[in-house]
Design a protein around this ligand. Structure first.
Ligand code: S3P
Length: 172
């Protein structure tokens, strides 16, 4: 499998709650690669500010610029499994970088699965709305056509994580 990847990284894209961090960590262990979580790297780069704090203090456009820079750096740091935040793949420049340096997998999840997993909504500033289900549906609708352009698509659903990890490895 690592030979199919060559020196490329594996990048997980998709909505919040799709399981990018959980699946990514296990995939990395199975493939013998490092695991990098873009959301955590952004927090580290901001002296430990949390993502909600970065949104609240500096706003979303600032967060998005930082996110794009962090992902560019992670992609340049050698082969790894990289979990990206749900909005990262929406930026064309980031998509092009990912295409150059990595194989991308869209972890495709529906609204029910996402809502079940995104229990700690305080962690997700975009879901601080009156109707988070409507917000997730709207985001999904807008983002799916772009997520779809990832190299591979794996359905992230309510089955043991290891099964999804197996499916990712089989697809590579
Ligand atoms: C976001 C997803 C979050 C985080 C930020 C914005 C999004 O990451 O980057 O809250 O735009 O979907 P996860 O997908 O890891 O939850």
């Amino acid at each position: 499998i690592t030979s199919a990847l060559g020196r490329r990284s594996l990048v997980l894209v998709g909505m919040m709650g799709a399981g990018k961090s959980t699946i990514g960590r296990r995939l990395a262990a199975r493939l013998g690669l490092r695991f990098l979580d873009a959301d955590i790297e952004i927090e580290v780069a901001h002296a430990g500010m949390t993502i909600p704090e970065i949104f609240a203090t500096h706003g979303e456009p600032y967060f998005r610029d930082g996110e794009a820079r962090v992902i560019a750096r992670l992609l340049d740091s050698g082969p790894a499994v990289i979990a990206t935040g749900g909005g990262a793949f929406m930026r064309e420049e980031t998509r092009n970088r990912i295409r150059d340096k990595a194989v991308s997998i869209w972890l495709k999840a529906d609204v029910d699965v996402i809502m079940k997993r995104v229990k700690r909504r305080a962690d997700r500033p975009l879901l601080q709305t009156e109707d988070p289900v409507a917000t997730v549906s709207r985001l999904l609708e807008a983002r799916e056509p772009v997520y779809r352009t990832a190299d591979l698509t794996i359905a992230s659903r309510d089955v043991p994580h290891d099964r999804i990890v197996d499916e990712c490895i089989d697809a590579l």
